[in-house]
Design a protein around this ligand. Structure first.
Ligand code: NAI
Ligand code: MG
Length: 490
């Protein structure tokens, strides 16, 4: 008789996945990138440049020109000329064709953009591939559709472009933020000088190449690279009509001061400290998954991240247990691996900031929990972190950390959680998890936040307006509302 054999499968305590790296062979990276001014790629006048470094490997990626006041002046002059001579006078339906073409080209080159975004910024390829790039293309599609329909967007009024827009964007969604800024500005007939963040200039310069290939007339979009001084040169240029900024509340305040007393208008999309509220009647497993996604998505480099969790007291133990269990299965590491959940922290500076807050949280007496995962040796990494027993007065609860760090507090009544959730200088977003529609509507009318998600989190769509209250800034991007900052109505 044949001996009975038994196959024993041992998966250990959790599933281990073999790595599934995305190929980067098709993505071309030049040694050096110039500024895109007046339809040409040019060096900075004084020849200055800076390097972008991969946050996941510490490797040098490429050099980028550092634009000075003189370069910004050239870009603004090109934008003004294009506004007066080409883009302003063009029939709206012709403008729409260019914007549609940009959208389609992004779709065609989606894989290349996704790979470059993950290399330069450190975010998991799954996110750049499934979130950043498709939504960026959708923004261009959506606003291309509005270009020749502004009379329906603003019934009974005539909508004219504002002129030259200066747009400054951060490093957390480099391509997507460029799309949020460019698409509505172009659709309304404005021309643009755009500056990406100094740690993530790569996809912006790729976008410049794509825009160039689209045949968009010279000077309509100018893209200049550099750090804060380049941004300030755009804000302070006398011939910029409108400033659009996404970034820190500190720089937002500087910009507001700089434009006070001028004719410039501004939209500011600044920091956040979103409350994610989970009631005892919520579907707990889905809620836990949403809470995890809400803060660990993009390493917590999200202005609307659900960074403060409020759990109804009677489900605290089960929620915390499930959160800890889920945290231990998150895969932290190589952004180019398709299995990765949490990628690299965008820069050494940002990692220092996050580590500073981890120390502060412990000193303040909150209980820190991190899973037992190993981090890569090179690059900037932070373990996903929970701070249990956090309290309202803690700095980790009040200040924006912008990293994979979730504070956990409890509540008993609805009024209590509304008070606690609103007790912050920010007001960008919030989340509610409950089975009851009435509770959702009660909270959405009382929470002071620009965006409130119910039984989901961090969902974006070009048709929905996005923006904040209080120190989270003002103005809306996305949707019909996102057209308003780019038109003068009469
Ligand atoms: P930042 O506000 O300094 O950078 C954002 C953009 O503004 C970059 O393009 C930068 O070059 C530019 N900039 C810097 N100084 C400027 C100035 N004086 N005038 C005009 N433009 C200027 O943000 P940073 O230092 O990279 O991050 C610091 C903190 O800001 C983060 O820890 C996070 O809390 C918050 N932040 C919020 C973002 C959001 O999406 N709301 C995005 C990035 C950062
Ligand atoms: Mg970089």
């Amino acid at each position: 008789m044949a001996k009975k054999t038994e196959t024993k499968l041992d998966f250990g305590s959790k599933w281990d996945y073999s790595s599934a790296p995305e190929s980067a062979g098709h993505a071309e990276i030049k040694k050096e990138y110039g500024l895109y001014i007046n339809g040409k790629f040019v060096k900075a006048e004084d020849g200055k440049k800076f390097a972008s470094i991969s946050p996941s490997t510490d490797e040098h990626i490429a050099y980028f020109a550092e634009a000075s006041d003189k370069d910004v002046d050239k870009a603004v002059k090109a934008a003004r000329k294009a506004y007066n001579e080409v883009w302003g006078p063009m029939a709206p339906k012709e403008r729409a064709k260019y914007i549609f073409r940009i959208a389609r080209l992004i779709q065609e080159r989606a894989r290349e953009f996704a790979v470059l975004e993950s290399i330069d910024g450190g975010k998991p390829i799954r996110e750049s591939r499934d979130v950043d790039v498709p939504i960026a293309a959708n923004h261009f599609f959506y606003y291309a559709g509005w270009a020749d329909k502004l009379e329906y967007a603003f019934p009974g009024k005539t909508a004219k472009p504002v002129g030259v827009a200066g747009q400054i964007i951060p490093w957390n969604f480099p391509l997507l933020m460029a799309a949020w800024k460019l698409a509505p500005a172009l659709a309304c007939g404005n021309t643009v000088v755009l500056k990406p963040a100094e740690t993530t200039p790569l996809t912006a310069m790729k976008l410049a190449e794509l825009i160039h290939d689209s045949g968009l007339p010279a000077g309509v979009v100018n893209i200049v690279t550099g750090a804060g001084a380049t941004g300030a040169a755009i804000v302070n240029h006398p011939d910029v009509d409108k400033v659009a900024f996404t970034g820190s509340t500190g720089v937002g305040k500087i910009i507001q001061k700089a434009i006070a007393g001028t004719n410039k208008t501004a939209t500011l999309e600044l920091g956040g400290k979103a409350a994610n509220i989970i009631f005892d009647d919520a579907p707990i497993d889905q809620a836990v998954e949403g809470i995890i996604n809400g803060i660990f998505f993009n390493q917590g480099h999200v202005c609307c991240a659900g960074s403060r969790l409020f759990v109804q007291e009677n489900v605290k133990d089960i929620v915390i247990k499930k959160l800890k269990d889920r945290l231990s299965t998150l895969i932290v590491g190589d952004p180019m691996d398709k299995n990765t959940d949490v990628g690299a922290i965008n820069s050494k500076e940002q990692l220092d900031t996050i580590n500073k807050y981890l120390k502060i949280g412990v000193e303040e007496g909150a209980e820190i929990y991190q899973p037992n995962c190993t981090l890569p040796k090179k690059g900037n990494w932070c373990k996903p972190t929970l701070f249990l027993e956090a309290s309202q007065s803690h700095r980790i609860v009040q200040e924006e950390i912008f990293g994979p760090v979730l504070t956990v507090q409890t509540f008993r009544t609805i009024d209590e959680v509304i008070d606690k959730a609103n007790n912050t200088p920010f007001g960008l977003s919030a989340g509610v998890w409950t089975d009851k529609g009435s509770k959702i509507f009660n909270l959405t009318t009382k929470l002071r936040a620009g965006v409130i998600w119910a039984n989901t989190f961090n969902k974006f769509d070009p048709t929905s307006p996005f923006g904040g209250y209080k120190e989270s800034g003002y103005g809306r991007e996305g949707g019909l509302q996102g057209l308003s900052p780019y038109v003068k109505l009469s």
